[in-house]
Structures are given as structure tokens and as C-alpha cells.
Design a protein around this ligand. Structure first.
Ligand code: ADP
Length: 291
């Protein structure tokens, strides 16, 4: 994984404060996150050897992020510590479940190129997972390194953005959700969006929340992967779980349908539990859930 690490700082309040107002919160929690780190943990929990390339700050949160990733079984050799603050997400959750979020990229903003040794780490991987929470230049250079080493490059285009032709030329699998697919193609209909995406990249998967996922490739094959019927209590990181587990399965040599089924089971388990990394299932839990 090459991407972002954030510490989520979450305050739970009855009613969120308006400008100039101070309110007393009920509870405070911290939780490690960031799409890059989430995808690394999802893959590691699902049994893959996951390695994280990115940056944390030299603050206390950076140490906490590194420890958390190690605790979830992620190799942090590629995680550098840079001057300044770690990436943070400042989240206020009110009693209605509504939220307001400020993301400060911090150390993630420094990941705009490959550091010495990164190209070798990428070349020794079975798949390279990328997202858009670091500077575009960083994503582009990692994708180019993956392509030149013959490593499959899997990009989650989130937060939603248009992508340069230069980047797309080095992507093997693009995995947007419905909203991101619409931003990329200008089409709200997932089938129409999928047709456009596989003209630009060899394979694409559009995730559709409780409706499952839609896979397509440049050869014209389409696979509809249904979601499991579960009671969703927290959909945070559903997409990251899906991608991390899909990539872990493909890197092991699984066929597309098998990788989609594993990803769908893992993300169904994750939405049934609270939290991001802590909601991600282990390999054994995925196997038992699939029966
Ligand atoms: P993102 O979190 O990126 O917006 P989605 O909401 O599309 O991504 O969810 C990713 C995957 O997680 C879906 O393809 C599906 O397999 C699973 N998923 C998400 N929400 C649910 C749900 N309510 N019930 C079952 N599975 C879900």
C-alpha cells in the first residue's frame, strides 16, 4: 500500500457547536485510519503480507499510528517519520449520527515522490494499492514504479477526483464507489460508467454499498457481485475493506469471482461492527462467514 495514514480524533456531542459556540462533549475517542492504512490493515487481517509506504509526523500521534499498524500485522518498513504533525481527521459526531469533519493532511502532504528504497519495496509486492489522500505526484510516481516492475496497480479514486491520462495509463484495476464513478465518467448509471471505465483501464470495479459491486474488464466480461444481507451499524471503511481483501485474494492467485466473493464477505462483516480497522475481519472470520 502506498498512501495515507491519519489519526481520527472523534468528539461525541448532543448537538454540534455553531460558530463561536462552545459545547461540552460526552466522549472522546481516537482511532487510526486513512485510506492507505485502512487498506493495508484489511489485507493483513485477511492473511496477506501487507506493507505500508507513507509518512507519519514526529508527534505522539505518529508513534501511535505506527504501533497500531504493527499491531494489526502491517509491515511498517516503508513508513517514514517526517518533521511536523501526523495526518489527522477532526470529527464531531452528534446524537443524530450526523458528523462534521476537518481533515488536516499533515505528514501525508509530504508523500509526493518515492523515497529511496520505495521502488524496491513496490517491486517485491504482489499488488500495489493506491488512493488519493496524498499528493497526485506521489500517486503518479508510485503507479509508474508499479507498472515498470510489472506489479498490478489497484487504484481507489477517493476522495473523488478526475484522473490524468498519465496516471490511468499505469492503473490495472480502478475501484471507485458509485459517486466516484460518476465523477470520473459523468454517468450516474453504474453499468454505463463501467463501460466507460474499462475503455480507460483493463479492469474496473464499481462498489454499490448494500447493492454489492459491479466488475468489468476490457474484454467485455461483466460480473455482478451481490452484497450479503446484514444489519449495517457502521459503514466506515467498507470500501477500504473491500479493496484490501480483493487485492489480497488476487495477489494469492485467486480468480476474479473468488476475489469478489471474499471482498464482499469481508466488507459485510466490517459494516456489521463499529470502527474502521477494528471492524475488519480475519481470514478465519471471512472463511466461517462464507460457510
Ligand atoms: P465506500 O465505503 O467506498 O463508499 P461502498 O459503500 O460501495 O464503498 O461499500 C463497499 C462494499 O462494502 C460494497 O461493495 C459491499 O460489498 C459492502 N457493503 C457496503 N455497505 C453494505 C451493507 N449495508 N450491507 C452489506 N454490504 C455492504
Amino acid at each position: 500500500m502506498f498512501g495515507s495514514c491519519n489519526m481520527d480524533l472523534v468528539a461525541y456531542v448532543g448537538t454540534a457547536p455553531k460558530r463561536g459556540e462552545t459545547v461540552l462533549g460526552r466522549e472522546f475517542r481516537t482511532a487510526p485510519g486513512g485510506k492507505g492504512a485502512n487498506q493495508a490493515v484489511a489485507a493483513a487481517r485477511a492473511g496477506a503480507e501487507a506493507l505500508m509506504i507513507g509518512a507519519v509526523g514526529e508527534d505522539e500521534l505518529g508513534g501511535g499510528l505506527r504501533e497500531a499498524l504493527r499491531g494489526f500485522g502491517v509491515d511498517t518498513r516503508g513508513l517514514r517519520t517526517v518533521p511536523g504533525n501526523s495526518g489527522t481527521a477532526h470529527i464531531v459526531v452528534d446524537d443524530d449520527g450526523g458528523n462534521a469533519i476537518v481533515v488536516v493532511p499533515g505528514a501525508n502532504a509530504t508523500v509526493d515522490s518515492l523515497a529511496p528504497g520505495d521502488a524496491e519495496l513496490i517491486a517485491s509486492s504482489g499488488a500495489l494499492l493506491l488512493q488519493l489522500e496524498i499528493p497526485f505526484a506521489g500517486v503518479e510516481s508510485a503507479a509508474a514504479a508499479g507498472r515498470s516492475a510489472g506489479v498490478p496497480v489497484i487504484l481507489t479514486p477517493a476522495p473523488a477526483a478526475e484522473l490524468s491520462a498519465e496516471l490511468l495509463a499505469n492503473v490495472d484495476v480502478l475501484v471507485p464507489n458509485e459517486h466516484e464513478a460518476a465523477v470520473l465518467t459523468g454517468r450516474d448509471d453504474p453499468d454505463a460508467a463501467l463501460r466507460e471505465l474499462v475503455e480507460r483501464v483493463p479492469e474496473a470495479i464499481i462498489t454499490l454499498g448494500a447493492e454489492g459491486a459491479l466488475y468489468g474488464n476490457a474484454a467485455g466480461e461483466v460480473v455482478r457481485s451481490p452484497a450479503h444481507r446484514v444489519r449495517a451499524v457502521d459503514t466506515t471503511a467498507a470500501g477500504d475493506t473491500f479493496v484490501g481483501v480483493f487485492a489480497a485474494a488476487r495477489a494469492r492467485g485467486a480468480e476474479v469471482r473468488e476475489a469478489l466473493a471474499a471482498a464482499s464477505a469481508a466488507s459485510a462483516l466490517a459494516v456489521g461492527r463499529h470502527g474502521a480497522m477494528s471492524s475488519m475481519p480475519t481470514e478465519q472470520e471471512i472463511r466461517e462467514f462464507r460457510g
